[in-house]
Write a protein that binds this ligand. Structure first.
Ligand code: SAM
Ligand code: DTB
Ligand code: SF4
Length: 362
């Protein structure tokens, strides 16, 4: 495992001819993971809005005028009901998000610890993203059975200052360090499409890949530009950039679970399929992220069926690769019925295409 990637090396990878980049990333992906398995997480906003921070992308910052309605901390019962619903629709992980700058000891934190214990009993992985935490708070979360803590670096150290002024990059690294002192796994990634340069994207990957050990999971979010936030005017990030970012992440962090995170409502199935081929092996499912829309879970499961993907079981530290023989035997006719059969996929021509075809007599 390399922890000494330079920005230049990462940029060279990011800018490779696409077919070379995809081939390299997919080869690494298949050597390290089962390429037909994707982990499915459900997000739950347990405390929405009213956040004192000024993250330029975030609809939950109190200072911006967005349509987000603030809520108090959810009850343990509400969380349990939502977790059960997520489990029945195929999720193996629940990620609870709170719009907090940092965790404060007291009754609210105690309630979160109870939520962690409750979801843990449902045999699901529990993840929290609550802002900055101390070493002691990390230990208390670990004792309650937390599986992962999400705390994103979000961009390069240089660009971070352009987007957030109320805390610094080192604060983020300190919290990740506190989580690392426990047995809780680290989930850390970032956002593209905030106006950063390719150098900034590479810089973020240098910072993530140099963590030792590297994060067990890394979300790659495409900015969801929300009205009322300073980044409301940002154009949607190109799918090609998303594919390149996923592929480069896979190459520099071979064992990490790479999560195709926010922004999927704007991606076609073909685009998402290329991200999975390039090494993404996790998604957020459910019709809402924290406050913004996400594809419907039934549509995602339909996409999985179409692509022959299956949701990963919980507590698999790393999806085990299949041997090359096992991967190919599925496609050979050996007298046995193959495990997966390609669903029929009809292309519906729209009226305009039908008229054009009639004219051309095709
Ligand atoms: N308050 C905590 C914190 O900032 O660490 C946890 C919640 S915060 C909403 C978690 C992550 O969501 C952010 O670090 C960022 O990567 C992502 N995020 C927030 N708003 C987003 C947006 N509009 N588009 C894409 N990702 C976003
Ligand atoms: C992450 O990297 N992305 C998720 C999760 N970790 C907490 C959050 C995405 C939020 C998108 C904007 C919203 O829905 O408010
Ligand atoms: Fe608050 Fe987190 Fe949103 Fe920043 S990203 S404003 S810390 S909820």
């Amino acid at each position: 495992m390399r922890h000494d990637w330079t920005k230049e090396e990462i940029l060279d990878i990011y800018n490779k001819p696409l077919m070379d980049l995809l081939y390299e990333a997919a080869t690494i992906h298949r050597a390290q993971h089962n390429a037909n398995q994707v982990q499915v997480s459900t997000l739950l906003s347990i405390k929405t809005g009213g956040c004192p921070e000024d993250c330029g992308y975030c609809p939950q910052a109190a200072r911006y005028h967005t349509n987000v309605e603030g809520n108090d901390l959810m009850s343990v019962q509400q969380v349990k009901a939502q977790a059960l619903r997520a489990k029945s629709s195929g999720s193996s992980r629940v990620c609870m998000g709170a719009a907090w700058r940092n965790v404060k000891d007291g009754p609210e934190f105690d309630q979160v610890l109870e939520m962690v214990r409750t979801i843990n009993k449902l045999d699901m992985e529990v993840c929290c993203t609550l802002g900055m935490i101390t070493e002691n708070q990390a230990h208390r979360l670990a004792e309650a059975g937390l599986y992962a803590y999400n705390h994103n670096l979000d961009s390069s150290e240089e660009y971070y200052k352009e987007v957030i002024s109320t805390r610094g990059y080192q604060d983020r690294l300190d919290t990740i360090d506190n989580v690392r002192k426990t047995n809780v796994t680290v989930c850390s990634g970032g956002i593209i499409g905030m106006g950063e340069s390719d150098e900034d994207r590479a810089g973020m990957l240098v910072a993530l890949a140099s963590l030792s050990p590297q994060p067990e999971s890394t979300p790659i979010n495409a900015l969801v530009a929300v009205e009322g936030t300073p980044l409301e005017e940002q154009q949607p990030v190109s799918i090609w950039d998303m594919i390149r970012m996923v592929a480069t992440t896979r190459i520099v962090m071979p064992q990490t679970q790479v999560r195709l995170s926010a922004g999927r409502t704007q991606m076609s199935r073909e685009g998402q399929a290329m991200c999975f081929f390039a090494g993404a092996n996790s998604i957020f499912a459910g019709d809402k992220l924290l406050t913004t829309p996400n594809p419907d879970v039934n549509e995602d499961m339909e996409m999985f069926k179409l692509l022959g993907l299956e949701p990963m079981k919980p507590f698999v530290k790393k999806s085990q690769p299949e041997s090359v023989e096992a991967q190919y035997s599925k496609y050979k006719d050996e007298g046995e019925k193959p495990k997966w059969t390609r669903p029929e996929h009809k292309i519906e021509r729209n009226e305009q295409a039908k008229a054009a075809a009639k004219k051309l007599k095709v």
